[in-house]
Design a protein around this ligand. Structure first.
Ligand code: A2P
Length: 272
């Protein structure tokens, strides 16, 4: 923690240090924070960087975090789990505005528009903190200019875990800058499909089960995924990623990469 009264010379300067500007705690398991952005950092929506803190052994303790903010934002935003005995997040969850974090300014990742072939509809499938890269992509004008329809599904255990995503979707729908850039009707393209698995909510169940039963397609009034029209990006826990990957393959979609764009891409959400 920084001490404003301490002489500057005594304040340890971390390598690749950035300053925390805002912290919000969403549940006892989730928080988000914002920090300064290195002037030279350019990234594509959906990419991640390594961030962390100095460990007790004076070695940086770093983990991969998707950048949740859009590439036009002057600050960076991250969305994180809190794991009480997690090496990094047990400490990171206590950061306050003014504190420093380490941020290696080398963005990489597969959840990028460049890895997908053109299509009509894009599906973003998230569980838990896997929402983070989509928080960036959903604020990228390209998402709406490339596709006629944008569907974001978010499956969490409890209702409170949906709040970060819900507020973000609400703010996007009212975003005047995006409306100006893409056109007034852009918000109509955005469909939001939140589900919970362990607490009562209007839509219960894992998204994978809701796809298998056809319920999600019925609810949204769209046909099941089809490689001719649909593209998908997936970010969640490992079991979810593996399961939905198989399902996407069964629909006939093929996995893409930066070097070989195709129909869908997958990234694992960070778990400390
Ligand atoms: P569930 O409560 O049935 O395990 P977590 O917080 O553990 O990362 O999980 C986030 C959400 O992802 C939970 O709602 C969880 O449902 C769901 N989930 C976990 N594994 C899978 C899977 N294989 N397929 C679909 N959803 C999953």
């Amino acid at each position: 923690m920084t001490d404003a009264a301490a002489p500057a010379a005594k304040t340890p300067t971390l390598p690749d240090a950035q300053t925390v500007t805002d912290v919000r705690h969403w549940t006892d398991r989730l928080f988000s924070f914002r920090c300064t952005r290195p002037a030279s950092l350019r990234f594509r929506s959906g990419e991640f960087v390594m961030i962390g803190l100095m460990g007790d052994n004076r070695k940086p303790l770093l983990r991969a975090y998707s950048i949740a903010s859009p590439s036009w934002d002057e600050e960076l935003e991250f969305y994180s789990i809190k794991v009480q005995d997690g090496p990094l997040t047990s400490k990171l969850q206590h950061i306050q505005p003014g504190d420093q974090i380490i941020l290696r300014p080398k963005p990489v990742g597969t959840l990028v528009h460049d890895a997908l072939l053109p299509g009509k509809r894009i599906w973003f499938f998230a569980t838990g903190t896997g929402f983070a890269p989509f928080a960036s992509l959903l604020r990228d004008p390209q998402t709406y200019t490339d596709y006629d329809e944008v569907i974001i599904t978010h499956t969490c255990r409890e209702v409170g875990e949906l709040q970060y995503g819900k507020e973000l979707i609400d703010s996007i729908r009212q975003d005047e800058l995006l409306a100006e850039l893409i056109g007034e009707g852009f918000a109509d393209k955005l469909r939001y499909y939140p589900t919970t698995t362990r607490e009562e909510s209007p839509k219960m169940g894992r998204i994978t089960d809701l796809m298998r039963s056809g319920e999600v397609f019925k609810d949204l009034g769209v046909a099941p995924l089809n490689p001719e029209t649909d593209r998908a990006m997936v970010c969640g826990n490992l079991a979810f990623n593996l399961e939905i990957k198989d399902m996407l393959e069964d629909y006939g979609l093929e996995e893409g990469a930066n070097s070989k764009p195709a129909h869908y891409v997958v990234e694992k959400a960070f778990l400390d």
